[in-house]
Structures are given as structure tokens and as C-alpha cells.
Design a protein around this ligand. Structure first.
Ligand code: UD1
Length: 318
């Protein structure tokens, strides 16, 4: 049994990692400042984890939280492109300064490895598809810059201090427990709950933008593989975590009309600032070095997600 420390444990991905680790018999410690994370996400497992309410910017709290830890899964962030465009200073504090604090604490506590929630947004609007890790990043939004800076900090901590790090570039993760209620929520959480509730979804732009939407179980699996993969293959490195397929918003809405029984159509509005048009990953590096294979495809993930929101009472009566 190992001790895993999850930052952002109250978030969608953090809480999903915690549930899976507990299911596998591992020990979980977590921090969250509950700015975007939610206590409700942890309600079922509260008695089984060592939960600490703390901010990443509190270095002493991070040092205490890293004591005795084997693996750090650093998921905490202000995870929003548009929010970072409105507040680049806040984005940098949480997403860069916060990461450096976690790295310092992990280094001092001599943890075995730090796995980081990096982002596909670092590729920016480069026309080449699919995106592979050897490409020069071209971040557009402050969020993407912060995520890229953090990746470099990870590699630097490996090179300077020998702290083993792995950065996982998530491509649009979706699934149960994702918060649909903020204007900054991921598009699928919003569309599914809107359509289940009989409300018209709003597409920003023409709906022909595409994404490599990745079901949560695949991201969880990638994290756990990244902890155990041989250091020679993964330490100090960056990997795409995705499915290797892309789908447009317009196609997605058609699928969701079938799954949610929403018979209306979408309304189209202005494009969103900082957005990129297409996103698709080459996942061969993760396949080769992490042994990663996406287990749940997009359609199946979408079906499970719709079922979950329905079971939570979203769209009840619709
Ligand atoms: C981006 C990053 C992703 C990161 C996430 C954090 C890319 C390719 N991906 O996701 O890695 O984790 O930010 O926020 O840069 N949309 C609508 N209607 C809505 C909401 C969104 O049409 O109500 C559109 C957006 O304009 C965008 C697409 O849906 O074109 C996806 O948006 P979103 O789910 O916010 O994720 P990204 O910005 O792609």
C-alpha cells in the first residue's frame, strides 16, 4: 500500500483519482482550498481519506502534506482558459506559484514521483494535427502559458534535484462529477445538463471546432501508470493523455440529442477569446512509455456521463 497525495482532491479529476485509489486499496491524502473543488465530490469517501483544507500558496501546509508521501498527483489549478484571460495574475499565482510550492515540498519530503495535470492548451493553434510532444508549444491563453511554465518547472526539478516528475497533457477530460454549473465549466458538462434540462445549449462560434474529448477513466489510468512506469522512460518527460480521435461540437450535439432525448437545436453565438479551433492528440508516446491505452471511447464515455447526470437528478422532469 502506498500513500498518494492529491492536490485539488475536491475537483472533478482529483476526486475521481481518490475514488479509484481507494478502490485499489491505496492510501489517500488530499488538499483543496475549495475555490472550484467541491466537498460534495468527496461526500462518499470523506471517512477514508486524510483531507486537509489548504491553499497551494501555503508552503508550510504543502510541506506538512508531503510528509511520508510516496506519490504526488498534482491536479489543483484554476482550470479555465477564459478565466485566465480575465485574470492572468490569479491564474499565474494558482497555476505556476502553486506548482512551484508543491514541487519544493515534494523535493524536501523526498517523495518518489510527482505527476502533473498539464494541458493540451500548450499546443495552441498550431495547424499541425495530431499534436505530438516533440512539437514546439505555442500557447495562446495565460492559462496555457501557466501550464507550460509548470511543465518546465517539473523538468527543471528533475534535472536540478533528481525529483522524478511526469507531466500529463490532458485533452479535454470529461465524465461524471464534472461541475456543470459555472460559466467556465467544460463544454460537455454544460451541454449534457442543459439538454437533459430541456435548455438550449449555446455554441461559441460555428460549432465546427473539434476536440479530442477524453473520458475520465482514461485520465485516471494514465496517472496511475505514470506513477509506476520505469523512471528511465518517464522521469522529467511530458505525455499526451487523450484518445487520438477528434469530434466537432456539431457532431457531439447530434449524439447528445439521441442520448438526452432533447429535440431542440443549439443556438450559435460569438467565438470565445483565446479558443483554439482544432485539437487532436498523437498518443503513441504514452502508449509506448506508460503502457497507456484509452479503455473507454468517446461514445461510451458520453453515454456513461449522460446516465450519471441523469442519476443525479439533472434535468429531472425534462
Ligand atoms: C481548454 C484546453 C484543455 C483545458 C481546458 C481548461 C484546449 C484544446 N484545451 O479546453 O486542455 O483543460 O481548457 O478549461 O485548449 N464551448 C461552447 N459552449 C459552451 C462552452 C464551451 O461552444 O457553453 C466551446 C468553447 O468555445 C470551445 C469548446 O467548446 O471551443 C471546448 O471548450 P471547453 O470545454 O471550455 O474546453 P477548451 O477551452 O477546449
Amino acid at each position: 500500500m502506498a500513500l498518494y497525495f492529491i492536490t485539488g482532491v475536491g475537483g472533478f479529476i482529483g476526486s475521481s483519482l481518490a475514488r479509484e485509489l481507494l478502490r485499489r486499496g491505496e492510501q489517500v491524502r488530499g488538499v483543496d482550498n475549495f475555490s472550484t473543488g467541491k466537498r460534495e465530490n468527496l461526500a462518499q469517501i470523506l471517512g477514508q481519506i486524510d483531507l486537509r483544507e489548504a491553499d497551494l500558496l501555503d508552503l508550510d501546509a504543502m510541506k506538512l502534506a508531503c510528509a511520508g508521501v510516496d506519490y504526488v498527483l498534482h491536479q489543483a489549478a484554476i482550470p479555465s482558459v477564459p478565466k485566465s484571460v480575465l485574470d492572468p495574475i490569479g491564474s499565474n499565482r494558482a497555476n505556476v506559484d502553486g506548482t512551484v510550492n508543491v514541487l519544493v515540498a515534494a523535493r524536501d519530503a523526498k517523495v518518489k514521483r510527482v505527476i502533473y495535470a498539464a494541458s493540451s492548451s500548450v499546443y495552441g493553434d498550431t495547424p499541425t494535427l495530431p499534436k505530438h510532444e516533440r512539437m514546439t508549444p505555442n500557447p495562446i491563453s495565460p492559462y496555457a502559458v501557466a501550464k507550460l511554465a509548470s511543465e518546465h518547472y517539473l523538468t527543471s526539478f528533475y534535472r536540478c534535484y533528481g525529483l522524478e516528475t511526469v507531466a500529463l497533457r490532458y485533452f479535454n477530460i470529461f465524465g461524471p462529477w464534472q461541475d456543470p454549473s459555472s460559466p467556465y465549466s467544460g463544454v460537455l458538462a454544460k451541454f449534457i445538463t442543459q439538454m437533459l434540462g430541456g435548455q438550449q445549449p449555446t455554441v461559441f462560434g460555428d460549432g465546427e471546432q473539434s476536440r479530442d474529448f477524453t473520458y475520465i477513466d482514461n485520465a485516471v489510468e494514465a496517472n496511475l501508470l505514470a506513477c509506476k512506469a520505469p523512471a528511465a522512460q518517464v522521469a522529467g518527460k511530458v505525455f499526451n493523455v487523450a484518445t487520438g480521435r477528434r469530434i466537432t461540437l456539431n457532431e457531439t450535439i447530434k449524439l447528445l440529442q439521441g442520448l438526452t432525448s432533447y429535440s431542440g437545436c443549439a443556438v450559435y453565438g460569438a467565438e470565445r477569446g483565446g479558443d483554439i479551433k482544432h485539437s487532436l492528440a498523437d498518443i503513441s508516446l504514452a502508449e509506448e512509455h506508460l503502457g497507456y491505452k484509452p479503455k473507454v471511447n468517446f461514445e461510451e464515455g458520453l453515454r456513461r456521463t449522460v446516465d450519471w447526470y441523469r442519476s443525479q437528478g439533472n434535468g429531472a422532469g425534462a
